[in-house]
Write a protein that binds this ligand. Structure first.
Ligand code: FAD
Length: 550
């Protein structure tokens, strides 16, 4: 068996090493266009920020090591520029010598990844305008930062854009973040990004939404970034982080089937429309089992799993890729924001759903150092099946989103979350873990025990169509900020002041995070009022109005 692999990083290197573990006899050749294989792209922003000072730490494994340990024939600085599916050959180009050679295969794996979008703009080729994909890009950006630049503009507020912002700030660079959409981190629902927006403000980063670059012109030793709005920004360095597109040119030229977003179409064994050609990683379209559609989800874990799986299938193992629900996380200073499954934005276009939002602590409040987080759950309104979750906050966000990711993969419901047994000691969690709490709140809603309305719905109602608003927090909480037009009755006085509330009109109660609102809702329901609790309370209100401006 002769296996050729195109691309030597996450997907390609995983496929190569797995193939060797399955067969000592196979001939395995891996071609990589660049000078490095299997490097840690995910660590690059942190080398720029000096968080990972030793560049060598990013070289997870070298070609020599792959030869010694796995007997792999790794050919760096070799670009494959043509696949001939009929002849089962590829044509390879050595950019340094301009020499072309041909190699035949029994099985071919395309693992060419995705390349950053480069906007077609005047001045884009200025050497001070960068993208970040490989170690060469990283070295150029780091060299500029090391030289003592003062100002940087990051265009695109996705994961990589935000990681760069953090690392530039850590290096004392003044940063402006420009984002085309009306929110940062557009895979998330907007209100979930409010704490990150607050951190950006706290760290002195200027954030410009609803705008993008139109052209770049040199000015002195730096360059001017001209925005569509007419505003211009002086900068020493620009990084574009506006997304990636699959490197599909080889597949297109070979006549392989391609999805509408440019990803190579594969079946669940990672075979393309030619069964002897596999494709893995960022270059492929993945199936999203929640929304039942093809997607591009460029994440390292997916690429690694697919590489392993393609090798398994080549050697006769009937393993299948289950699809990808986009479980991802990004750190930003002391915050983390994570997602799994469908967002509310995506569900809105496709199907019925309900959401609940809670703001629990990562561990028992009485144990020192508890940090608050926001968790949002999306679920099916009929059977309670979990469709998606998002979390933002300090410690413990990753753990909850990972648990919820597994719950989605296992086809669990909100009722399962109520019953979930999770580890607990005061410094790690709560006897009712935040994941259990999501289950209690969501299941209470579906059982009719706890009618709720989310703030997106409430804010969407015309002001004269909104239920009478009752704030059940303490006087000092109310005085330090409340929703306009709210009637104030602290929960501990509620039973004695029911006659102040209209029995025939609908009521909406809220507290700080939803818990006292829940208790107030139970009191009012049992006394014959028509009432909903505003999910997530005043804290959710502030998050919504911060990102939508009310
Ligand atoms: P790549 O890793 O892009 O590798 C493809 C390789 O193929 C490239 O080295 C390329 O040179 C080579 N190649 C392309 N065409 C040819 C050709 N014709 N001939 C020979 N070689 C070719 N993901 C996460 O899950 N978490 C993170 O925190 C995270 N952080 C990231 C930070 C940065 C800055 C970047 C750039 C990416 C990050 N990612 C992260 C994404 C993750 O790195 C990718 O999803 C993953 O590397 C995809 O693996 P791949 O093998 O498909 O493609």
């Amino acid at each position: 068996m002769k296996i050729l692999i195109i691309g030597g990083v996450a997907g390609g290197a995983s496929a190569a090493t797995r193939a060797r573990r399955l067969s000592e006899d196979a001939e395995i050749i891996m071609f990589e266009r660049g000078p490095d294989v299997s490097f840690a792209n995910c660590g690059m922003p942190y080398h720029i920020g000096n968080e990972i000072p030793d560049r060598n730490k990013l070289l997870v494994v070298t070609p020599q090591r792959l030869k010694e340990r796995f007997n792999l024939d790794v050919r760096v600085n070799h670009e494959v520029y043509q696949i001939n599916p009929k002849e089962k050959t590829v044509v390879i180009h050595k950019p340094l010598t301009r020499q072309a050679t041909m190699e035949n295969y029994d099985k071919l794996i395309i693992a060419t990844g995705a390349a950053p979008f480069r906007l077609n703009l005047e001045g884009i080729d200025d050497p001070r305008v960068h993208t970040l994909r490989n170690l060469g890009d990283m070295d150029r950006i780091k060299k500029a930062v090391d030289s003592g630049i003062k100002k940087a503009v990051v265009i695109g507020a996705g994961f990589i854009g935000l990681e760069l912002v953090e690392n530039f700030v850590q290096r004392g660079v003044q940063v402006t973040l420009v984002q085309l959409q009306n929110q940062i981190l557009p895979v998330f629902d907007p209100e979930m990004t409010a704490p990150i927006l607050e951190t950006l403000e706290k760290e002195g980063v200027s954030v410009i939404l609803n705008d993008t670059a139109e052209k770049f012109t040199p000015s002195g030793t730096g360059l001017t970034v001209h925005l569509k709005s007419g505003q211009s920004l002086e900068s020493d360095l620009v990084v574009l982080g506006v997304g990636v597109r699959p490197e599909n040119q080889l597949a297109v030229k070979a006549g392989l089937e391609i999805g509408p977003r440019g990803g190579v179409r594969v079946n669940s064994h990672m075979q393309t429309s030619d069964p002897d050609i596999y494709a893995v990683g960022d270059v492929v379209e993945v199936f999203d089992p929640i929304l039942s559609e093809g997607k591009q989800i460029p994440l390292a874990g997916i690429a690694n799993r697919q590489g392993r799986l393609a090798a398994d299938h080549i050697f006769g193992r009937e393993t299948t890729f289950r699809g990808a629900q986009g479980t991802a996380i990004v750190g930003f200073f002391d915050q983390a924001i994570a997602i799994t499954g469908a967002s509310e934005k995506a569900l809105k276009q496709k199907r019925d759903y309900r959401t609940v939002t809670i703001h629990p602590s990562n561990h028992a409040g009485y144990y020192p150092g508890a940090e608050q987080m926001t968790l949002k759950l999306m679920f099916d309104p009929t059977d309670g099946k979990i469709l998606g979750a998002q979390g933002v906050g300090g410690s413990g966000v990753d753990k909850r989103i990972d648990v919820l990711s597994v719950a989605i993969q296992a086809g669990m419901t909100v009722y399962d979350l109520e019953e979930m047994e999770l580890c607990y000691a005061p410094q790690f969690g709560s006897a009712k873990d935040p994941v259990n709490m999501l289950g209690f709140v969501a299941a209470g809603l579906l059982r009719g025990d706890h009618p709720q309305m989310d703030f997106a719905t409430w804010l969407g109602l015309r002001s004269n169509g909104r239920p009478t608003l009752v704030d059940v927090r303490t006087k000092s909480e109310f005085d330090s900020g409340h929703i306009p037009d709210a009637v104030h009755i602290p929960i501990d006085e509620l039973r004695g002041r029911l006659d102040e509330l209209p029995k025939k009109q609908p009521l909406a109660v809220y507290c700080q995070v939803g818990q006292r609102g829940y208790n107030a809702t139970r009191i009012l329901m049992q006394k014959g009022f028509k009432v909903v609790n505003l999910s997530g309370g005043y804290r959710s209100y502030l998050q919504h109005t911060k990102t939508f401006g009310g």
